[in-house]
Design a protein around this ligand. Structure first.
Ligand code: NAP
Length: 346
């Protein structure tokens, strides 16, 4: 794993140290951490204890990583842009959280329950004998998992989304406490652009190595709020075929994962659920649903401007980051795209 000491890296460590398919073999981070015990290098932020076996591992240089079947990357974008292609050139499969290569014309941007067929794009990549797959921006995952049942049933014509995003989305140490406590920051640099472009790639099609993005516009406004984990997205949608709030609720409720038969260990039973009760979903009450892997949708109503409006909640560091990456690696393994039966992990 590279970027192993960060906010996302720690959650990857927690998910991978006792994973039924993968074995954690190496941890790497910046030169600040290189050569240290992981337990000394990391500022562990999770409520569960850091496993002793992981604490004793030595943090390595990210460029040294070579002997493994899959590399989980939780690097910042500029480092990822430089390092991930180098690792793929070495024959490694890189599963990345970073935004650097998400919109690359040959790199799949994956949510297994939405577009597992985009894995075909790996056959058209030119990163040597390895490959790169990416998971979406943390708010995009919540938006797209909630849109997917609606897109299948009614089509999507336009989307307007406003986010209330947790501070863990900014990494550690992230936003200074005096800037965010008792406050809201109505700008998250680069975030609106991701929300306005990634959904169309995810809900688009691929053929012969070419992506055809879905053709609906997204208008996004993003806000940082003093919440630890869990991004809320308030969504208004213009549908291809008008539908009532009841019909929308029913297609969201009926949605089941199209890859359920693969029995991927990190896949939730239901990737998206609808809740009825009053002021829900809430980060405190709903972010951890199914180990943080289920998106919760509530307040589904008719919209006087578009057709439909609702609120969705995604656990930004699990379904929006670490859990998303592990699920993508499981999909790669199930599709036979990782080497060997002994699935070693870096
Ligand atoms: P973070 O807490 O800042 O962690 C960054 C990690 O990268 C640390 O392990 C750090 O190591 C390492 N690193 C920094 N500079 C490096 C360099 N020059 N060379 C090698 N390693 C370096 O960030 P994060 O929140 O975990 O995010 C990681 C990635 O996931 C980012 O691309 C982010 O955009 C993406 N992402 C985050 C979220 C979220 O909710 N947080 C959601 C989706 C996607 P040191 O400890 O040694 O400095």
């Amino acid at each position: 794993m590279i970027g192993a000491t960060g906010t996302v890296g720690q959650r990857l460590v927690r998910r991978l140290h006792d994973h039924p398919w993968f074995r954690l073999t190496a941890l790497a981070a910046s030169s600040r951490s290189e050569g240290k015990r992981y337990g000394d290098a990391v500022h562990w932020l999770l409520p569960t204890a850091l496993p002793d076996s992981v604490a004793e591992m030595e943090v390595r240089d990210i460029r040294e990583i070579d002997d493994c079947d899959v590399v989980f990357s939780a690097l910042g974008s500029s480092t990822a842009r430089e390092v991930e292609p180098l690792l793929a050139q070495r024959g490694l499969m890189v599963v990345s959280n970073a935004s650097a290569l998400r919109m690359h014309p040959r790199v799949p941007l994956l949510i297994p329950e939405v577009n597992s067929d985009h894995l075909d794009m790996l056959d058209h990549q030119n990163f040597g004998s390895g490959g790169i797959v990416t998971n979406p921006n943390c708010s995009t995952v919540g938006l797209v998992l909630s849109l997917k049942p609606l897109a299948d049933a009614f089509g999507i014509e336009a989307v307007q989304v406003t986010t209330l995003q947790a501070i863990s989305g900014a990494g550690h140490p992230g936003v200074p406490s005096l800037d965010i406590l008792g406050n809201t920051l109505p700008l998250i640099p680069g975030e609106e652009e991701k929300l306005e472009t990634e959904p169309q790639k995810l809900l688009g099609t691929t053929a012969d190595g070419v992506f055809s993005p879905a053709r609906f516009p997204v208008s996004a406004q993003t806000n940082r709020v003093p919440v630890v984990d869990g991004h809320l997205v308030s969504v208004s949608v213009k549908l291809g075929r008008a539908a009532s709030a009841e019909e929308a609720r029913s297609v969201i409720e009926d949605f089941r994962s199209p890859v359920a038969d693969l029995d991927l260990p990190s896949a939730p039973l239901r990737p998206v659920v609808a809740v009825d009760e009053g002021p829900r979903p809430q980060p405190k009450l709903d972010a951890d649903r199914e180990n943080g892997m289920t998106v919760t949708v509530g307040r589904i109503r008719d919209c006087p401007v578009f057709d439909l409006r609702y609120v969705a909640l995604v656990h930004n560091t699990e379904r929006g980051a670490a859990g998303a990456a592990v699920l993508n690696a499981e999909l790669l393994a199930a599709a036979g795209r990782l080497g060997g039966a002994n699935r070693r992990t870096t």
